[in-house]
Design a protein around this ligand. Sequence first.
Ligand code: CUA
Length: 336
Amino acid sequence: MTRRHGAGTVLFLAAACRGAKDQSVLEPNGVRAESVENLWWLALAIATLVFVATTGALGWAAWRARQRERRSELRATDEGRKMQVAVTSGVVATVVLLLVFFGADLVVGRTLRTPVERDHLLVKVTGYQWWWKVEYPDSLPQAWITDANEIHVPVGKPVLVELASNDVIHSLWIPNLGGKKDLIPSYTDTLWFEADRPGVYRSQCAEFCGHQHAKMAMHVVVHEPEEFISWQAAARRWARTPTDTLAARGQEVFMAGRCVLCHAIAGTPAGSRVGPDLTHVASRRTLAAGTLPNTRGNLAAWITDPQGIKPGANMPPNALSPADLDALLAYLGTLK
Ligand code: CUA
């Protein structure tokens, strides 16, 4: 690859990343994310400089060697001294660059870690193989929200994320909103972010956590303040008893079958915490932690054959009769 091709590839990749709006470090939202982006550009600039300087020096050395061969020059003593100068300047340049990176890293680390004194929103995220439990703690039990695979926050308000894990080490990474942090079993860590603009951002588990690590995504929805308040009010509401006959039949299928062994629906006898809470499953954007868009057809496929979609996940296959499946889908569709 020539130098021109190398630089072209780097620029192309940078442009491609800039194009991908919903999961990119290069589309920062908020000061913390901006500091991570700046560090990325600094690293790219230094790496480009080192690449150009090294290939340039290599080319020059090769050219010089050929010239000398032609003139049959051999000056051993002179060569020794030059080599010493070259090696010393190489070592000095490396140390200086490492110090620059170290300093920049400290500055960015401090920006990311600094707690906010202002009023903030507390969100508790727990990693499971392979989904995210998302809670909004509150001193009043009826105001406590339990959700899955989506984080909802208001624009312009600092968010403190409390990180925990139920099984192995996972890592929460929302590239547009800030740095990455591990979720470690029996250890609680925290992460701050604050968004300046509304939007929806994809986030991905960034630590290999087993078979379905790639299918452990999440969406972060940044709302306008009033919109967040109405989301919060809806999320606190318990599920209503279905009035429609088909949906009522679906609730019976849910409660009499295996679903109830793992899932909770607030306002019903279902209260298991093994799998994601389904009180508002119909309002989520995706199914199975970002694996499928949340449509009726995908939900039917997921209920019937989760192992075909996400092999190794804890959800077992469910052989329901077409009538029972239809009723169950109608019921789940009411859980907004
Ligand atoms: Cu969870 Cu990778």
